[in-house]
Design a binder for this molecule. Structure first.
Ligand code: SAM
Length: 286
């Protein structure tokens, strides 16, 4: 069964009395080469357990199951659970769990099912909730080797931006704090049913086993990043004065110059290490 054939997708949905749902961000892949390539490039170790978010009718799940030891897939849409039982029936190494990935206790579920195993994530993410899901995954405390996600092209640009290139923002710094992102390949909108209004791209983030940058307080580090990008068009000094008003403008200006930055600089120019140095200095003694 070719789960990416547009007629098959339509027939299966009709046979189970369901249809694609906009509110769950359902845009199903309809060209087989794409899930094949995502599955091929998402993980280096074939003995890994792959966590998938949103299997849909299972086209990417099947490609993952063919290549890796096991797949654990979380699907929010309960009408797709019987569909997946049917489409993935031939695979003994797939477990589908009905649930909202934003609610699931990932650490607990994976400790029960994959303790001591290598784990990676692979997903064609629903657009309506890409960044929250990504942050939940990287902050989950689960030692994933890598996280590969298909996202809107514009989000892919943000995830892979650098201080000198592109749409650098809070999510870029967060991702770069936890790992190394890279663009795998672009995917045009015509490859989905229904076709979304924008193109997509696949991004892989290789997570650090040992993070190279270690701020004194992770909480203060993220507070600093959030304040900086909360006021995007402002200079660093003005953005921080607005976002961290408790610290006082003079103290903020002193901290910025102590770190060797020009107060007129914009947050987009700071690296992860720069943000760590700045938050250490800003919150020193607190
Ligand atoms: N993997 C399929 C594919 O590539 O064709 C479907 C991808 S579709 C873009 C996103 C999938 O995520 C849908 O199956 C949707 O029901 C599911 N989904 C949406 N929100 C979710 C959530 N919070 N938790 C788990 N699954 C979710």
């Amino acid at each position: 069964m070719n789960l990416c054939d547009i007629r098959t997708v339509r027939d299966i949905l009709a046979a189970f009395g369901t249809q694609t749902k906009k509110n769950f961000g359902q845009n199903f892949l309809i060209r087989r080469e794409i899930p094949e390539r995502i599955a091929e490039e998402c993980c280096d170790a074939r003995d890994s357990v792959i966590v998938e978010i949103g299997p849909g009718i299972g086209c990417l799940t099947a490609e993952l199951a063919r290549r890796y030891r096991r797949v654990i897939a979380f699907e929010i849409d309960k009408t797709l659970i019987p569909v997946l039982k049917f489409t993935l029936g031939e695979f003994r190494n797939v477990e589908v769990i009905e649930g909202d990935i934003m609610e699931v206790d990932l650490q607990k579920v994976l400790a029960e099912r994959a303790a001591g195993e290598r784990i990676s994530v692979c997903a064609n993410l629903p657009y309506y909730i890409t960044t929250p899901i990504l942050m939940r995954l990287i902050e989950s405390g689960v030692p994933f080797d890598s996280i590969t996600v298909m996202v809107q092209a514009e989000v892919a640009d943000r995830l892979t931006a650098t201080p000198v290139r592109g749409d650098y923002g809070a999510i870029t710094v967060a991702v770069r704090y936890y790992g190394q992102p890279r663009l795998l390949f672009p995917v045009g909108r015509d490859n989905f049913l229904p076709a979304p209004k924008v193109d997509s791209a696949v991004v892989r983030i290789d997570l650090y086993a040992d993070k190279p940058v270690k701020p004194q307080s992770e909480k203060d580090f993220f507070k600093t990043v959030k304040a900086t990008f909360g006021q995007r068009r402002k200079t660093l000094a003005n953005a921080l004065s607005a976002g961290l008003s408790d610290l006082g403008k003079d103290e903020i200006n002193r901290a910025i110059t102590d770190c060797g930055f020009d107060p007129q600089i914009r947050g987009e120019k700071l690296s992860v290490a720069d943000f760590a140095a700045l938050s250490d200095r800003l919150f020193r003694g607190k």
